[in-house]
Design a protein around this ligand. Structure first.
Ligand code: ZN
Length: 112
């Protein structure tokens, strides 16, 4: 029986692997079939972008490499939707730090 911890770790690694496999997918291409787990985008919530560039038709889990520590983390489709449509993040902005570095950074800012 694998321990709970190692099971969690292998689930996480499987998630990373799936995100890595989806890296080549163009989420702005509406002629392709969105991958499993993808969430469709709501363009009426993306108007703040003011861009002539393409907007995504769906969000798929994405692999991001932390700018600070180099750790790979999955940026989930749900979190992307939240970031772009609810938090009104710019469509060209990407998550650049892993969760723990983001929290460190937040702590630093609050101290300053
Ligand atoms: Zn990091």
């Amino acid at each position: 029986m694998p321990s709970k911890k190692s099971k969690q770790k292998s689930l996480y690694e499987a998630h990373l692997k799936r995100a890595r496999a989806m890296a080549g997918i163009d989420t702005c291409d509406n002629t392709i079939q969105p991958p499993a787990g993808a969430i469709s985008a709501d363009h009426s919530q993306l108007k703040h972008n003011n861009t002539y560039g393409p907007l995504p038709y769906f969000y798929a889990d994405k692999l991001v490499t932390c700018r600070d520590c180099g750790k790979e983390e999955v940026w989930t489709a749900e979190n992307q939707k939240w970031w772009y449509e609810v938090a009104k993040g710019n469509i060209n902005s990407l998550a650049v730090r892993c969760r723990s570095c983001r929290e460190n950074e937040k702590g630093r800012k609050e101290e300053a």
